[in-house]
Design a protein around this ligand. Structure first.
Ligand SMILES: [Zn+2]
Length: 325
């Protein structure tokens, strides 16, 4: 039986259980925290304890695994995630390698690579592969999937280089890919075109944020390639309301696509995008955007609309297991 590496070590894929395929423990920029957070809204001990409480609450709903695509550009810092994971033994946390950029290549990779000032093999492939094979930054925690972005600017030179490095690392290591897409600009199609050209099996791709769209023709076209649709921003009503997201999942289930969708919130225990407003402003501005929304509200609405337990299990258990197998 295949295993997937989690923060606490390898887990049999059969034991992943109900899996939320796109949630963040922490999204924080070290540079932002160090300059503006420490005397204002960032308290390390408080945030670790708060994350433990929030993840214990989601585990109490039956979730056994969260998949956290926090990579370079979103503030990945594994020692902090590990402190949290060690205090929530009932929940697996799967972490990623990759780069989160909507446009440019980070300067740290700009001058090094094939044909560049420092003419060396693609350093992103080297770094991502080390995360997956040896572990991240000496922690021994191994990344189990890859993350990149194609946003509304499309395949800029920087985005294209990152996505190709992700594809090449996938071919080298075998771990699957989650790509953040912007379905209103159809960037999922760009992602598929690039990855298929690089030789990636579409079954190993989650097209993140597909659920921001209610365009069934577009979504079926993506899913017909064999890729999995990330219906993964439940509660982010600013992008698409819960009612619309539910109606789209129901319609796709009716058309036989329950084996091509995964569910999540794209929420976090803490995000520094909102600073001090995370605790008191977000619950007012986006009241459904929390780890409990799917179990509290979405699953009952899906069942009410005729989605069966088998289909729910496909989206929450079987499809994540297949992706990591
Ligand atoms: Zn995310």
């Amino acid at each position: 039986m295949p295993v997937v590496n989690t923060v606490r070590g390898p887990v049999d894929v059969a034991d992943l259980g109900q899996t939320l395929m796109h949630e963040h423990v922490f999204v924080i920029s070290p540079e932002h925290v160090d300059n503006y957070g420490r005397d204002a809204w960032w308290d390390e001990e408080y945030r670790v304890a708060d994350a433990v409480a929030k993840l214990k609450a989601v585990a109490a709903k039956g979730v056994r695994t969260i998949v956290d695509p926090t990579v370079w550009g979103l503030g990945r810092y594994i020692p902090r995630v590990r402190r949290v994971a060690d205090q929530v033994p009932e929940l697996n946390i799967v972490v990623a390698s990759g780069i989160y950029s909507f446009d440019e290549i980070p300067h740290q990779y700009e001058y090094r690579g094939p044909g560049l000032m420092m003419d060396v093999p693609e350093p992103m492939v080297e770094d991502f592969s080390r995360d997956i094979v040896e572990g991240i930054a000496g922690t021994g925690v191994r990344a189990a999937f890859l993350k990149c972005v194609i946003e509304r600017k499309g395949l800029t030179p920087g985005v294209e280089r990152i996505c190709r490095a992700v594809a090449q690392t996938h071919l080298r290591t075998g771990v699957p890919i989650t790509v953040h897409t912007n379905p209103s600009t159809g960037s999922g199609l760009l992602a598929l075109e690039l990855f298929l050209k690089e030789g990636v099996d579409p079954a190993k791709i989650v097209l993140g944020h597909s659920g921001d769209s209610n365009d069934l023709d577009h979504l079926m076209r993506l899913a017909d390639t064999g890729a999995t649709l990330g219906m993964d921003r439940f509660g982010l009503d600013a992008y698409n309301s819960t009612a619309s997201r539910v109606a789209t999942v129901v319609a796709l289930c009716e058309r036989g696509y329950a084996d091509r969708m995964v569910l999540s919130h794209d929420s976090a225990c803490f995000m520094d995008y909102f600073g001090a407003a995370w605790d008191d402003g977000i619950p007012l501005a986006a009241p459904n955007w929390h780890f409990g929304h799917i179990h509290d509200d979405v699953l009952p609405a899906l069942r009410e609309a005729g989605v069966g337990d088998t289909q729910v299990d496909q989206m929450l258990i079987d499809n994540p297991r297949r992706y990591f197998s």
